[in-house]
Each structure stands twice: as structure tokens, then as C-alpha cells.
Design a protein around this ligand. Structure first.
Ligand code: ADP
Length: 424
């Protein structure tokens, strides 16, 4: 089965085409600067030169059209017809309370995802535009939404509620949702294999440390708590986001700087975190280099970041009632031995012992704790696209449906998804 994975941002579309049976990535790429001058698609096929298509891409529809054109044609094509793509897996950031798993995108589902757009106004609208473009361009493919929030829908009520008046939840759906669920679920699955254990018997904390960063407490394969909240601004200190702060600071900042709430939120989202503290960069490579050269604020930013991770790990242990393993993933988690060391050094009291010879490894699946460490520590490169592809295949196989199949067809309501589909 060929599955196309799409991740549509406001001005970008990232794509990867998988051949699931062969477990191969046939092609991948990025359409960028959509809607602006200089838009282009960078397309990669293993074993061939990178191909760049400079093309005016006014919207996502045109971007998807151009991606399909490249995938199916000429020197850089990898399939002969769009119909070979059985399903498209779309990363969708917010599924609200509606979705606890990946779902075929019917018109009803699309409506609900649109409704969730009020909870993720920057993310859901481009995700939905991408789905609409694919529905139009690829009527023969099943469109599946794979949601970043779905994995966290297993959190107990006492973990996801905020201590606000209950109507805030009832009327306005204000609660903790959590994000990065696709990545947390993926590395949790891989870790069970590395620990030679069944997911049902494991208590782990996964640390997704990238530009955005969050931790997830996973018990028996299910998310039971996470550090991000109503939005991805909450929890850990991040590259440019402040993470948890006293909410009273918001009004105070607005008054003292004579700025509106929108501007305050902009500062909290884009000018805070490691960038705001160091004044150097949001990229840990730059900040680590500056700290090594003696730049105090960079060293402080790294201390604050690793302390916020260690403190959050400690705070998640009660959600699990114990801890078998800690898993590091994403750009920083996979590539910064320094941050892993700083975090784990603060957790020695839990019996965590890093192997200092192995910890310097970068970007590979590896166990970095010493044998006998009370909590095992793993590094697992995340692969969100693969997870989306696998979820998409599972949804299609589970409901045994296709949007359109050649030959004899009948229109039925899929029992699993309630979707109107064609079935052979
Ligand atoms: P995103 O959240 O955008 O997917 P990534 O998971 O790709 O982010 O992480 C990006 C971050 O990873 C970069 O900003 C950088 O701080 C960090 N990073 C990448 N490589 C290294 C490295 N070798 N050492 C330290 N940090 C790194």
C-alpha cells in the first residue's frame, strides 16, 4: 500500500511517500513560501540528486498539485499514477475532545476539525486546507487525519482539568489537551522493543525536546499526563516559548510595556524561552557554543532549560507511581549529550546513572544508562511521518474502506468511522 504523508503548515507542505509493504520511503520533500514570492518545492529521492522546482504556489491546492506532478512525472517521479496512492495521512494538530484516535476524514469530521480550529488557530486551518486540496486532487485516496492531541485523550480527568470555574471547561472546552502525541506514541512503541518488554507493563516518561518541547508520562502504553496544556505554550521552557509562568505576569507585562494582550502573547510564544534568556539564539547548537565560550546568559538558559526538564520529570512520577525508563527524542533529545547529562545529573537520587562513554552518541537508537541503572535511559530518534503512515494504514485496513475503487462499487456507511465511503 502506498501512503502519502502530508504536514501542512501556514506556508509550507512537508510530504513523504511510503511504500508500506516494502517499508520504504519512495520520496520526500518540502513545498515552501506558499503564497509568497520565491515559492518552491525541494524534492528528494534516495540515490538521486535533489530536485528543486521553482514555481509560483499561490495556495495549498497548487502546492499539492505540484507535489503530485513531481511524484508522478519525469526524471524525479516515483509512481506512474496518482491512483497508486491508496491513502493520505494528514498531520492535524488539534482534535479537541472529539478524537482519541486517527480517523477517516468525512465531511462531518472535517467540520469538527474546523471547530477545533478555535483552539489552534495557527495550526488547524492550514491542516484543513491541505485535506481539502487532497480531497479535490485525489478523489480516489482515503484521507486520514492523524492528530497530535489524540494520544493524550487517555489522561484522567484530574490530570487534564484546570482549577478554573467548571463552566470554563463546560462552555469553552478549556482543559489540558497536550501535543506531540504522534512523537510520544512512536517512541513509546520503539522503547518497548528496546527494553524487551510489553508496552502494557511499562511506566515511562518520553522527553520530546525540539523547538517545541514536552514530556509525556506513559503507563501501559497510554498517556496519563503531559507537560503541554491547553496550547503548546505551556510546560517546559522551549526554544522561543516561555513554558509555565505565573499567569499574573501577563497583565503586568501588558501594563508595564504599554502593549496589548496580542503583543504579550507574541513575546511569550516567539521571543521568550532559551532565545529570550540567552539573547543569542533559539538553536541549542548556538547557545551551547556561546556558553562554552563563557557567555553567562547562554549558560543560564541551558541551566534553566535542563532544570525545567528535570523538575517536570520529577513532577510526572506520581502520575505513573514509578519509572522504568526515560526516553529522549527530537532535535535536542537526540543530539545534545550535554542536555541529557544535565537533566540526568539532577535525577541521580532516582537511581538514574548515565554511561558517560555512551551518552555522547547522536541521532541513533541507543541505551545510554549503565547496566543496573534503576531507571533505564534511552535515546530514540522520532519519526512522526512513519507513525502517521502506520496509523493511516491501520485506519484504512481496519475499516477496509477506500474513497473510490475501480470496478464494482457501492456506497456504504463505514461502521467504524461513520463515514460515507465506497467499498468493493
Ligand atoms: P521541531 O520542533 O521544529 O521539529 P526539532 O526536533 O528538529 O524541532 O529540533 C530542532 C532543535 O534541535 C534545534 O533548534 C536545535 O536547538 C536542536 N539541535 C539539533 N541538532 C543539535 C545538536 N547537534 N546539538 C544540540 N542541539 C541540536
Amino acid at each position: 500500500m502506498k501512503v502519502l504523508v502530508l504536514n501542512c503548515g501556514s506556508s509550507t507542505v512537508k510530504y513523504k511517500l511510503f511504500s508500506m509493504g516494502e517499508d520504504r520511503v519512495l520520496a520526500k520533500g518540502l513545498a515552501e513560501r506558499i503564497g509568497s514570492p520565491g515559492s518552491r518545492i525541494v524534492h528528494r529521492v534516495e540515490g538521486r540528486d535533489e530536485y528543486i522546482l521553482e514555481k509560483d504556489l499561490p495556495g495549498h491546492q497548487e502546492a499539492v498539485e505540484a507535489i503530485l506532478y513531481i511524484l508522478t512525472g519525469g526524471e524525479y517521479g516515483v509512481i506512474s499514477d496518482v491512483d497508486e496512492i491508496k491513502a493520505v495521512g494528514h498531520r492535524v494538530v488539534h482534535g479537541g475532545n472529539y478524537f482519541n484516535k486517527s480517523v477517516v476524514v468525512s465531511d462531518d469530521v472535517l467540520g469538527l476539525l474546523g471547530e477545533c480550529g478555535r483552539l489552534a488557530p495557527l495550526h488547524n486551518p492550514p491542516n484543513i486546507t491541505g485535506i481539502q486540496a487532497c480531497k479535490k486532487m485525489m478523489p480516489g485516496a482515503v484521507q486520514v487525519a492523524v492528530l497530535d492531541t489524540a494520544f493524550h485523550q487517555t489522561m484522567p480527568e484530574y490530570a487534564y482539568m484546570y482549577a478554573l470555574p467548571y463552566e470554563m471547561y463546560d462552555k469553552h472546552l478549556i482543559r489540558k489537551y497536550g501535543f506531540h502525541g504522534i512523537s510520544h506514541k512512536y517512541v513509546a512503541g520503539v522503547s518497548a522493543g528496546m527494553l524487551d518488554a510489553r508496552p502494557e507493563e511499562l511506566k515511562i516518561i518520553t522527553c520530546h525536546l525540539g523547538n517545541g518541547a514536552s514530556l509525556c508520562a506513559i503507563s501501559g502504553g497510554k498517556s496519563v499526563d503531559t507537560t503541554m496544556g491547553f496550547t503548546p505554550l505551556a510546560g517546559l521552557i522551549m526554544g522561543t516559548r516561555c513554558g509555565d509562568i505565573d499567569p499574573a505576569i501577563i497583565q503586568y507585562m501588558a501594563e508595564k510595556n504599554n502593549i496589548g494582550l496580542g503583543e504579550v502573547m507574541e513575546v511569550l510564544n516567539k521571543k521568550s524561552g532559551v532565545l529570550g534568556i540567552s539573547g543569542v539564539s533559539s538553536d541549542f547548537r548556538d547557545v551551547e557554543k556561546a556558553a562554552l565560550e563563557g557567555h553567562h546568559r547562554s549558560a543560564l538558559a541551558l541551566d534553566m532549560f535542563s532544570y525545567s526538564v528535570a523538575r517536570a520529570i520529577g513532577s510526572l512520577v506520581p502520575a505513573l507511581g514509578g519509572l522504568d525508563a526515560l526516553v529522549f527524542t527530537a532535535g535536542i533529545g537526540e543530539n545534545s549529550p550535554g542536555i541529557r547529562w544535565r537533566v540526568c545529573s539532577r535525577l541521580k537520587y532516582m537511581g538514574i546513572q548515565l554511561d558517560e562513554q555512551i551518552n555522547p552518541a547522536k541521532g541513533e537508537r541507543i541505551e545510554i544508562s549503565v547496566p543496573g541503572s534503576a531507571v533505564r535511559v534511552l535515546v530514540i530518534p522520532t519519526d512522526e511521518e512513519r507513525m502517521i503512515a502506520e496509523e493511516t494504514r491501520a485506519v484504512v485496513e481496519e475499516c477496509n474502506c477506500s474513497a473510490d475503487v475501480p470496478g464494482e462499487k457501492k456506497r456504504v456507511i463505514c461502521e467504524l468511522t461513520g463515514t460515507n465511503v465506497m467499498i468493493s
